[in-house]
Design a protein around this ligand. Structure first.
Ligand SMILES: *Cc1c(COP(=O)(O)O)cnc(C)c1O
Length: 394
């Protein structure tokens, strides 16, 4: 039954339709037909969190003092473990009281940051394609999004000189993310230096999403925004435990950087949520203290899958350079086929779920994203089915 006496807030109608909805519908239908789906659509890591993390969570659950409301700003010990981790990984000194804030997953913080800083009509710079929360949060807050078009020709790097002077002058926030979801692109250190200079010159709040901080391969080490001198005066960086530690369902991440900006987000959050269950904060703390061997194992797992799938797809006509980071392949659709059309065709013929690139914004058209969230046996089955269905790049 549809209600005609009450209408939804306009901020909801500002959102573009969710491309995933159509895909979900077809997934449900394919399942009904008994098709064995291989879902490589979402960036949802397979497998359990590391055993020490699970053990820490169980021990924390058995302690009744963790069962009440957690402190608004996160537990003291989790905040301390965040700044210690940051120092260890990037050599950057942060104040655990004011420059680190735990989040109920980074998506929560990315969205709420927009509510804390965006007024209706404000200009917000967001690359296209990008992780949907980077534009959906600002849209809910009433932003005018200025899309910065990324392209393969420029290695999916933001070209700051493409932003018109008048747009740069009025822009309030710039969201960006390297290693990048969905394109898998990485950015050299000089790029970070340029973007910090740009943001300082035009007084723009920089929001960097470093959620693939550890999912980097072949010796590549991603740069943190806060390593760049002056970045902490204008920027914040978001991190998550979802990807590296297989903790997507636990809902825990954090933001670090400028204390004023973090204070604004904290003020908003104090009015909307109570933070993260203390037992989960204990577990997250344990995750950040895991030895480097754990990270190496994760990196090997994903780089092995990457290489396996790239090799298989090469037999089907795709030539994909090995990505230096993330848990995805970003591949071109065959000539003449749009993202959605190709993803739906593959799903119907093979039961394999890929994400149409246009789900990440209009500049993602012509691509699909494949998540490396299945083991090589299963990925072998993917290649076999594509072959049998005659799906090739041409
Ligand atoms: C997966 C992902 C996140 C993670 O969000 P959580 O809410 O912490 O699970 C954030 N940003 C990007 C770019 C992602 O791909």
């Amino acid at each position: 039954m549809s209600l005609d006496w009450i209408s939804r807030a306009e901020r909801l109608s500002a959102l573009p339709p969710y491309v995933f909805a159509r895909l979900d519908e077809l997934k449900a239908r394919a399942r009904e037909q008994g098709l064995d789906l291989i879902d490589l659509g979402m960036g949802n890591p397979d497998g359990a969190a590391p055993q020490p993390v699970i053990d820490a969570a169980i021990a924390a659950l058995n302690n009744p003092s963790n069962h009440g409301y957690p402190p608004f700003e996160g537990t003291t010990s989790f905040r301390a473990s965040i700044t210690t981790w940051y120092q260890r990984c990037y050599g950057v000194e942060l104040n655990p009281e004011s420059e680190a804030l735990p989040l109920i997953g980074s998506k929560e913080g990315l969205g709420h940051l927009a509510l804390a800083y965006v007024n209706p009509g404000d200009t917000i710079l967001v690359p296209t394609p990008s992780y949907p929360a980077h534009f959906r949060g600002p849209l809910i807050a009433g932003a005018e999004i200025y899309p910065i078009h990324l392209s393969a020709a420029q290695n999916w790097l933001i070209d700051l000189s493409s932003i018109p002077e008048d747009v740069a002058r009025k822009a309030k926030i710039l969201y960006f993310n390297y290693p990048n979801n969905p394109t898998t692109a990485t950015a050299p250190r000089e790029f970070y230096e340029e973007i910090v200079e740009f943001a300082r010159h035009y007084e723009i709040l920089l929001v960097h999403d470093l959620c693939y901080a550890e999912l980097a391969f072949d010796g590549y080490q991603p740069t943190s925004l806060l390593e760049i001198p002056g970045a902490k005066e204008i920027g914040v960086e978001f991190h998550t435990l979802s990807k590296t530690y297989n903790m997507a369902g636990w809902r825990v991440g954090f933001v670090v950087g400028n204390s004023d900006i973090i204070q604004g987000l904290r003020t908003l959050k104090t009015n909307l949520d109570y933070g993260i269950f203390s037992a989960i904060q204990k577990a997250a703390e344990t995750a950040l203290q895991l030895p480097d061997e754990y990270i190496k194992e994760v990196q090997q797992r994903y780089s092995k899958r990457r290489d396996f799938l790239i090799k298989g797809l090469a037999e089907l006509g795709w030539s994909i350079p090995p990505s230096k980071a993330t848990m995805y392949l970003w591949i071109e659709t065959p000539v003449g086929q749009g993202s959605t059309e190709f993803a739906l065709d593959v799903l119907q013929k093979t039961g394999i779920v890929m994400t149409p690139g246009n789900a990440f914004g209009e500049a993602g058209e012509g691509y699909v994203r494949i998540s490396l969230i299945a083991n090589c046996d299963r990925l072998g089955e993917v290649i076999k089915r594509l072959k049998q269905a005659g799906i090739r790049y041409q």
